[in-house]
Each structure stands twice: as structure tokens, then as C-alpha cells.
Design a protein around this ligand. Sequence first.
Ligand code: 4AD
Ligand code: MG
Length: 455
Amino acid sequence: MKRTKIKNALHAEAPVSEIRIGGWVRTKRDSKGFSFIELNDGSCLTNIQVIVDHTPEILAALERIGTGASVLVEGELVESPGKGQKWEVRGKSLNVLGEADQDTFPLQKKRHTDEFLRGIAHLRPRTNKYGAMFRIRSELAQAIHQFFKERGFFYVHTPILTGSDCEGAGEMFRVTSLEHGSRAPVEEDFFGKPASLTVSGQLEAEMFALSLGDVYTFGPTFRAENSNTPRHVAEFWMIEPEMAFADLRDDMDLGEDMIKYLVQHILDHCAEDVQLFGKWVDKTLMPTLETILREPFERVSYTEAIRILKKTKKTFDYPVEWGIDLQTEHERFLCEEKFKKPVYVYDYPKTIKPFYMRMNDDDKTVAAMDCLVPRIGEIIGGSQREERMDVLQARMREMDLSEEDYWWYLDSRRFGSVPHAGFGMGFERMLMLVTGVTNIRDALPFPRTPNHLEF
Ligand code: 4AD
Ligand code: MG
């Protein structure tokens, strides 16, 4: 059943005498002696217009189709005399593949709310908006690999099943092969010790950075955070580069280059789809993206950020004090109101950060950085890593972590340790940035959140 994709047909250079196109009917309009069908096959946002004459066979087929039905059309690609499109298909045959009952098909022509569409996540990619979202998602994933490949980074597949908690936040999903409710000791479980889904591939990525130089991971990540926010999900994808012979500044430079590269790539390769979001979802999308491309990101220390937040007349729900973890309202104030562009905050208090971050000389802060962007807040979290064995051991003792559990991690400091740094970027947050959607659930094909495991 060789067919031409609608995207390719729309970009044809010359008429095509025999063409076969498959797709889903968006609309059907009957005229005297012929009908128009707007057909979409998901390859691009634009529909192709199909015109069919009312022969007895075609009339019988037309009877059976409405919005949502799938058809295969054979005919000719000709220049369109109508306005709004260069090419159209003169259909000679119309084959109905799958009917869609008009009384029960949920995607009728009217606009639906995002919330309604989340309830039919299995059908929403057939809408213009979600078709565009998931084409952009695909392109963005490819662009990430391209970015790192151009810079000589190696792609490492870190494990999804893990025995260690990288972030130390205790937000891990336990994995077991024992029956639910089993009282068997953990030694009888599959791995003979507690196992979880990974919250970050960082610790393993570090081992590869200290072997191959520059590496990155890009894969699914799981967090059992019980926070029902528009920016958190239980399953998301994270990109984690790790560079040997690098410090915090190199780390921030890489993150900034990466965000700019990805924004430019999406504007270059998904123009039509991005414009849909600029028009219907966020009118400030294009200016926001242009600012990101044009302006160097702001860089302020945590201490300076706290000073700025305390000085402003704006009142926050969560009071500002040196030592607090910045909340989304603080983060958004910094990049949306104060600096009006992406902002790096660096050198956070050690008390709110994980064990692996490099201790600064003040003994109070660590070489951590977060990149904050308008509308979202944190998009990147990273740090220079503690490469000094004695300092790392002291820190682990302070945080009650057992050296035994991390023996392999400590080996990398024991043998040929070097300064190194890396970060994690939330893939869906990056997608939110380039599309302007405000709920992370709309950037995932089938989002997983507390009490939602449908599909
Ligand atoms: O700041 P986080 O927790 O950093 C780490 O996991 C480090 N180990 C990364 C590293 O240095 N290699 O997470 C990194 C990013 C966040 O900035 C955010 O964009 C995203 O991951 N993220 C989430 N995205 C969606 N849902 C969640 N529950 C997320 N938690 C973090
Ligand atoms: Mg973070």
C-alpha cells in the first residue's frame, strides 16, 4: 500500500498523475456533483484538499465518512485553482478504511479544552495542537542528539533499575518481583537488595565522563514526588551531560549553548507547528524565544538572588530568607520580572543540595547552578561535582550516607579523580519552553501523575 505523505504532496514540485494518499477526514463538504474532503495524515499541520466527483461508488463511500474516519484516496495531484493551497488531489477512488461514528467520536470540529483532551490522551494526537506538539517533541529529541554529536559527546545508556538514590530526596519508586503485601525479607527479592526506578543517571554518567571525557544520557526518569503541580510528573525524560576537566562555568556555558541551539533548531525545523502555539497558546511565545536567542543569560549567585528577592516590594506566598530553597514564584519573579530573560542562579547553600556537589571555600555553599526560564522556572539543575576524596567522604558522613553503598562512586575519586561538572535538563520543560504550554501533562504522550495511570 505505497502512499505519499501529505507533507510531501504539499511540497511537490510538479503535478503527479498517479498518487495515493491515506489519512483521517477532518471535514467533508458536499457541493453539487462533487465533494471536498480535508484530509490529514499527521505528517504535518496542513490538510490536503481532496475533490471527488459524485460517481455512484464515491457517493456510497461518502455516505460512510465523517470527521475522524480514515480513508485511502487514489487520484491525481494537480495545481489548485482555489485560494489557500498550491496543490489539491483530484480523487478517482475513495476507499473507506475505518468509519467513525459521528454521535460518539469525541473530536468534533469545535475547540476542546486541554483538560478534556487529557482524558482522551489516546486520541488527542489527532488534533492540530497535539499533532504539532508531538512532531516538535520528536524533532527536539533528535536535535539533542545532534547537539551533543556535533560537540563530540558520547551517548551513554545509564540503567533504569538502580540500587542508589542519586538525589537523596527519597522520591523513588520501589521495584520488586515479590507479591503485593509479601513479608519476605529483601534478600529474597529479585536483586537481593532494595531496588528502584532511577531518579537520575548522573552518578553512572560521572563514571563514564571520567573515562570517555564528555558524555550525556537521555532517557526516562522517575520521581514519586507527590506534588500535583503543572511542572511535575512521575515519569519524565531527562538529558544529563557530564564533562570531565570542567568547572561550574563550563557547565553554565554548555546549558546556555544547548538551550539556544534547541530553540533555534525548532524554529528552523518546526516553523509551522511552532507558529500554531504562538498564535493559539501563547501570544508572547515568539518574543520570548527571540529574547532567549539574542540575550546572554543572566548569572547571579544565590546570595545575590536572595538579596534581590528581599528588596522587591512584591510579596511572596513563601517568605524569603537565606537558606530557603527557591520556590517557583521566586524563580519566575527573577526571570520574568527582574531580568526578563533566562537566569542562572549559582552557589546554593549546601544544606538544600545533594551530597555530590562541590564544596565552595566558604564551607556554606556548593558549586550548584539552576537555570530559570520565563513561565516555567527551573529548567536545568546542575553542579560541579566534588572531586576531592576527603571532602566528599566528610560530606557523606554529614549526610548519613554509607560509604559502603557508594563504594564504586568513591573509587572514581580514589583513582585518577579530575574536576568535572554536569547538569540535568527536563525534556518536557524544554518542550514547554518552545511551545508555551503551561501544563507539563500536555508535553507527554501519556502523562503519569498521582492517581493517573490510564492508557
Ligand atoms: O534538579 P534535578 O533534580 O537534578 C538532578 O537530578 C541532577 N542529578 C542532574 C544532574 O546534575 N545530572 O533535575 C533536573 C531537571 C530539573 O531542572 C527539571 O527540569 C527536571 O529535571 N525535573 C522534572 N521534570 C518533570 N517532572 C519532575 N518531577 C521533575 N523533576 C525534575
Ligand atoms: Mg533541581
